[in-house]
Design a protein around this ligand. Structure first.
Ligand code: NDP
Length: 475
């Protein structure tokens, strides 16, 4: 229903364009065409250091009980050499390679070969074939939305194995954590390199490719907008939304199983982390169709940033709290646990409601009610590469009237809750909130820069109407 309505809207706007015949210059609203020195330096930094950061965090837990400072102190005081640390690091194993291969293959099979059936019996769930947003080249891609189904099947099999079949131990992920890290890296680099080569030699849609001429920038930020193999295997949707995110909840369950094995109990902090992050992951899959309209899918090209990031960064660093709790089984007092739960749920409520308000507003083209009232908005327009003029609206009421990215604020509250669940003994579990603050603040600025190029003076009117980015009255 929503898809049909959107298609009509796009067609309507194109038709309007033909009639208006307005000669406006083509907007540069996709990924950057020119690379400044700061961007290049940041990219080189990330390409070199991001894999080391992941290794450092995981190694710190495995060898130093999650202390981030002890390895550095050991190295600086000379009591250990890099080679000592490296020699104690588990290498790639045949077992891990088989586990990882089976895992990714299984997710490919679920993604490509099993059309969605959840939307047929789950009221309110939008699945099956859905359309994405208009790309800068004016293309509207179709996606098979079956992530919820993949998540459910995977978890049913996981629990069936844990309770009945016992083919493998539920601690399998924890037990192979570092060997699996090497597998994830191999896939992350392979897919990013393949995406780059594909962008040059056989792009899915040449008009949606961007070449800055800078090898590192193109490798990192990607050339192709929506690389695909065949009609349905979409790299961005698969890597963003399958091996890493489906694994997220399994990884946490494996950490909980390890706690049970080691200490004969699962702490309330581990349960909180599992529940709060489980809600976040399940929300992602329940709203996968909405996800097609987010920045990842609508604006980012597919390169190392998404390819390696989804394979390595996400499953390894987003799950640090659970990993930490295996080494430090924190039992929170009731007040602390309730405080974390309230913060997590409130953050989730703000995150979901804000995203939902925009989604509803955009889907109905403003013909809806937000907090019981007709939404307020600013009319705006932009051009695609082929010169077609499109019309859009920026909402200025509901949570979108409080701040320009209040959804990020809710996300940050939830992220803080996961960290607070781990107590205050170590800094490592707090990496997530530091990272998310940097990521979302940078994302906010990046998005606003893009929107400013896209909408021009109408964006200025919008920022005047909603002056703050994340925190009303502060930032
Ligand atoms: P948004 O969902 O906020 O989308 C931003 C886009 O929305 C803009 O580019 C613009 O697109 C449109 N827009 C902006 N202002 C308005 C408005 N007032 N009214 C209507 N449309 C507007 O951003 P993201 O895609 O980055 O994030 C989606 C969610 O995912 C967020 O809640 C975020 O917290 C979460 N997230 C989580 C991450 C994680 O790692 N856990 C990483 C990234 C995001 P247009 O061009 O269509 O106008």
């Amino acid at each position: 229903m929503a898809t049909h309505q959107e298609r009509k809207l796009v067609e309507g706007r194109k038709h309007q364009n033909m009639q208006n015949d307005i000669n406006v210059s083509q907007g540069q609203w996709g990924r950057a065409w020119e690379v400044d020195w700061f961007s290049l330096a940041s990219i080189l930094f990330l390409l070199i250091f991001a894999p080391l950061i992941v290794y450092y965090f995981i190694m710190s837990c495995a060898q130093y009980q999650c202390s981030l400072t002890d390895p550095l102190l050991d190295l600086l005081t000379g009591s250990k050499h890099l080679s000592d640390i490296w020699n104690r690091t588990p290498m790639l194993t045949y077992r891990a390679a088989v586990i990882y291969f089976l895992w990714v293959t299984f997710q490919v099979v679920l993604y490509v070969f099993i059309p969605d059936f959840c939307h047929k019996f789950l009221p309110g769930y939008v699945g099956g074939v859905q359309e994405g947003a208009v790309t800068p080249a004016g293309v509207v891609n179709k996606y098979e939305i079956n992530g919820l189904q993949a998540w459910i099947i995977t978890h049913v099999l996981w629990f069936a194995n844990a309770s009945c079949f016992h083919f493998f131990s539920p601690t399998i992920i924890f037990d192979n954590w570092i060997p699996l890290l090497w597998c994830a890296n191999i896939l992350g680099y392979a897919v990013s390199t393949f995406a780059m080569i594909k962008g040059y030699f056989f792009p899915t849609n040449a008009k949606d490719c961007k070449f800055t001429g800078n090898f590192f920038y193109d490798y990192m930020m990607g050339i192709e907008f929506n690389p695909r193999i065949g009609k349905w295997f979409d790299f961005k949707l698969f890597f963003n939304g399958r091996p890493g995110i489906v694994a997220w909840t399994l990884i946490n369950l494996s950490f909980a199983a390890k706690q049970q094995e080691l200490y004969s109990e699962v702490t309330n902090s581990m349960i909180l982390v599992n529940v709060l992050q489980g809600i976040y992951v399940l929300d992602f899959f329940w709203n996968e169709a909405w996800y097609l309209k987010t920045i990842d899918i609508c604006h980012d090209h597919f390169g190392w940033y998404l390819g390696w990031g989804d394979c390595v960064w996400l499953p390894y660093l987003y799950t640090l709290q659970g990993l930490y709790l295996v080494y430090h089984p924190v039992q929170l007092c009731t007040a602390h646990a309730i405080g974390v739960l309230i913060l997590g749920l409130l953050g989730y409520y703000i995150f979901r409601t804000t995203n939902h308000q925009k989604d509803l507003f955009r889907r109905t083209n403003g013909s809806c009610r937000i907090w019981g009232k007709k939404p307020e908005y600013i009319e705006c327009s932009y051009m695609s590469v082929d010169g077609t003029k499109y019309y859009s609206k920026l909402m200025t009421s509901g949570f979108w009237g409080w701040a320009r990215h209040f959804n990020y604020t809710g996300d940050l509250m939830g992220s803080l809750a996961y960290c607070l669940a781990c107590g205050f003994e170590h800094i490592l579990p707090y990496f997530y909130i530091v990272y998310m603050t940097i990521l979302l603040t940078h994302r906010c600025i990046r998005d606003e820069h893009r929107c400013s190029s896209k909408y021009g003076k109408e964006w200025k009117r919008y920022t005047a109407a909603v002056p703050h980015r994340l925190l009303p009255g502060i930032f």
